[in-house]
Design a protein around this ligand. Sequence first.
Ligand code: CIR
Length: 260
Amino acid sequence: MFTKAILRIPGSNFADGLTTVELGTPHLDEVLAQHAHYCDALRECGLELTILAPDLRHPDSTFVEDAAILTPQVAILTRPGAASRLGEVAAIRPTVENFYSRTLAIDPPGTVDGGDICEAEDHFFIGISQRTNREGARQLAAYLNSLGYTASTIDIRSMTSILHLKSGISYIGDDTLVVMEEMAENSQFNSEFARFNLIRVSSAESYAANCVRVNDRVLIAEGFPHLRDELIARGFNPLVLNMSEFQKMDGGLSCLSLRF
Ligand code: CIR
């Protein structure tokens, strides 16, 4: 169960952030409206929100998930792999420290983006990506092991269609992973996923593979009816949100909040 979440309102320069997709320029009024709906959805799931003011120094800072990894016992401040995002960690640190008496940090030359970290019960999948390097993964795994979790790495660098590990997989509780087809088919990853039930997401719906279990709901992006129906068929309760403006900046549902 989560009780709280941290978010940051997108800044007026949101469109100046990083992106690898060519879906057009986000419209600020729609960005803000979609963000407000996302906040409402988390409240509907029972969370108490801490909503931070826009940070114009960091256009990508609404994607708060990348700056920290929150476990029940400790917070691990990350070290984002994109230079333009490094300062987001210092910016969010005081807020995280309001809730956690113990924080750990990833040190140079390690880099970790929270979007590469997928927690599935007592196990953490750590994506090695353009943003998270092996040294960052090593430091993080050592912290997690000391806290009693297991960890394994999944190298997604050959998968050019996704930015972060969690762009392609999500753990939605009940021993179930939502996995984009390309990953589910990859023989390198099969053994990693063997102990879980898999919901495969076709390539036509791959953006929807980034979904988020929040208490008794699963937040999913609007416009992906096959995944929505599959979730319902398996007894999950999806809550659908329009994510079009965040998708333009490579952002998914999970990256807009830190839930704990
Ligand atoms: C970036 O490229 O860093 C941002 N425009 C998007 C980050 C999305 N974060 C995530 O999926 N965890």
